[in-house]
Ligand binder design. Structure first.
Ligand code: CO
Length: 134
């Protein structure tokens, strides 16, 4: 069912430092920081030939990644995002498989303006999974 890897998201405590690592040592193409207040994050996009890395930093008081950074103070992989053709079909399949869909189960408009859902890490090998309708 899942298609391409859309992105891997890495939560970082210092966005400028992290962008510097990807731009410098790793020699990647790195965007300027983009504030996404609706999602409580500031994001730096790292463009790779076959996918993207998103460096996430908390924005505002209620950021969904603050608790993750509290537990992982030097940062770490936060989630992977797989593309699906039909988000509602994907959700129904996940529920039928007994997987936990986070929130109320209705897709939200994600950071790229497309519908997304998140799946409970305990059901997917300890990794938070985002599904995005491509
Ligand atoms: Co994401």
């Amino acid at each position: 069912m899942i298609g391409r890897l859309n992105h891997v998201a890495i939560a970082v405590p210092d966005l400028e430092q992290a962008a510097g690592v990807y731009r410098g040592a790793l020699g990647a193409k790195v965007s300027d920081p983009v504030d996404e207040p609706d999602h409580g994050v500031t994001v730096v996009f790292v463009e790779l030939p076959n996918t993207k890395i998103e460096l996430l930093h908390p924005l505002g008081d209620a950021s969904p990644i603050q608790a993750f950074l509290d537990k992982n103070p030097s940062g770490g992989m936060h989630h992977v995002c797989y593309e699906v053709d039909d988000i509602l079909e994907a959700r129904d399949r996940m529920k039928a498989e007994g997987a936990r869909v986070l929130g109320d189960g209705d897709p939200k408009i994600g950071a790229h303006g497309k519908p997304v859902l998140f799946l409970h890490p305990k059901d997917f090998c300890g990794t938070l999974v985002e599904l995005e309708q491509a």
